[in-house]
Design a protein around this ligand. Structure first.
Ligand code: GP9
Ligand code: MN
Length: 413
């Protein structure tokens, strides 16, 4: 009942920090374009593979005067993979531990970012060249109040335009921008890419760099598909400029989850030149997060430790939309008081000083094993945080919440 919501809400209020005044509204009224970059991992950014640059365009963005890049940003997905990352982004709730929440709780009441922006006059949609029922997206998008879903039916896949899971990212972006031209503004359009997906296959013409040379074909090809995705994002920027949509938009890029699992640790160790300890594995859960605001001059590298749970509060603040009374488990990453405590879906966590992984406490930065008691107090906090979030979902508690007033709806009524 609603008393359980009171408990969760108290927890969330205790951890709430006021969003940055400085960044508030700097993208107000602009279109919001978010790219969910399939399997893009931070270890490929500003990195070389046998002398080849893996992500030349994204590397440039890290230095760009209008781009804020977060190198210490983590994914928090579980079994629901891409869909979990969408769930985190839209709701600032953790996905579930034992199932894909898009499948098991699509009938819930949510207070998504899309719905909120819809109330602010934004046209909202997702664009993704796959069948609409994949990950139960059609159902979940309805529940999350997303106006429109441009699924595979919205695309024309010409000859040579498909590989691996389906439409290649470059023609996908091209046609998605064409859809944007038809949208009323301001719009919120989220584009989900597909080419950089396991098993990371490409046609010869799209292989812009050679494979890596480990005994894992998966890792070897991953560098090539990541390079292709980088190229596609570059073309997206060009296309937005050509179509006159660039200046009036803010462009957000984030990686959804890892592409290379622990099954490839030996090959990964060869590439990184170090053993993949549980500490290193945790650090490999970093995914890139870029905030690009044309003409803002706000560009910098932001070392803040954050995660996907922080996307909603961060983006709403940039757009100048007040989320103060929303039940969000994350916080604005630009907030001066943002707490550096990232909790993975499986209970691992990262703080400014420590990384808890493999049931060991490591020093963040050096990877040295520390006395367990340094991590101990945070272990229970992490479990509690995940439980509060799980309760929100499992008991569908947002149905007792009036998002406009921030007040509880009496369950007796
Ligand atoms: C499928 C795509 C990939 O539509 O989003 O999903 P994933 O397997 O990465 O969760
Ligand atoms: Mn994915």
């Amino acid at each position: 009942d609603s008393s359980q919501l009171v408990e969760v809400n108290n927890h969330v209020r205790t951890h709430h920090v006021d969003p940055s005044e400085e960044m508030k509204g700097i993208a107000e009224g602009k279109n919001l374009i978010i790219v969910t970059m399939e399997s893009m991992q931070t270890f490929t950014i500003n990195a070389e593979m046998n002398g080849e640059t893996v992500t030349p365009f994204l590397n440039e963005l890290t230095e760009d005067e209008d781009t804020i890049y977060f190198p210490n940003f983590y994914h928090q997905t579980g079994l629901g993979k891409t869909s979990d990352s969408e769930f985190l982004l839209e709701n600032s709730l953790y996905p579930l531990g034992g199932s894909a929440v898009f499948f098991t709780h699509a009938g819930n009441t949510y207070n998504s970012m899309a719905e909120k922006l819809g109330n602010e006059g934004y046209a909202t949609n997702v664009q993704h060249a796959n069948t609409k029922s994949f990950w139960n997206r059609d159902m979940m998008y309805d529940s999350m109040g997303i106006d429109e879903f441009h699924d595979i039916e919205s695309y024309e896949i010409g000859e040579g335009q498909a590989v691996n899971w389906g439409m290649k990212d470059i023609p996908f972006f091209e046609q998605s921008v064409a859809h944007m031209k038809e949208m009323p503004q301001p719009f919120y359009s989220r584009l989900i890419t597909l080419t950089n997906h396991f098993p990371f296959t490409l046609e010869e013409e799209d292989k812009l760099i050679p494979e890596f040379d480990s005994n894992s074909g998966t890792l070897n090809r991953f560098f090539q598909t990541t390079r292709y995705l980088d190229e596609a994002v570059k073309e997206l920027f060009d296309e937005l400029k050509e179509q006159g949509l660039y200046e009036n938009s803010v462009i957000i890029l984030y990686g959804d989850h890892y592409g290379i699992s622990e099954n490839h640790n030996a090959a990964m160790a060869q590439y990184l030149g170090k053993e993949i300890t549980p500490y290193e594995s945790a650090q490999l859960q970093r995914v890139p997060f870029f905030v690009h605001i044309p003409g803002s001059g706000e560009g910098h590298i932001n070392e803040k430790i954050g995660a996907q749970i922080d996307l909603r509060p961060t983006l709403l603040n940039l757009l100048g939309v007040d989320a103060g009374s929303d039940v969000q488990f994350g916080n604005d990453l630009f907030a001066p008081d943002h707490e550096e405590f990232v909790i993975f879906r499986d209970g691992r966590f990262v703080t400014e000083n420590y990384v808890f992984a493999g049931n060991k406490c490591y020093e963040n930065g050096t990877g040295e094993i520390m006395n367990f008691e340094f991590c101990e107090p945070h272990i229970d906090e992490a479990i509690a945080e995940l439980e509060y979030s799980d309760n929100m979902i499992i008991k569908d508690l947002l149905r007792f919440y009036d998002e406009e007033t921030g007040e509880l709806i009496d369950s007796e009524k």
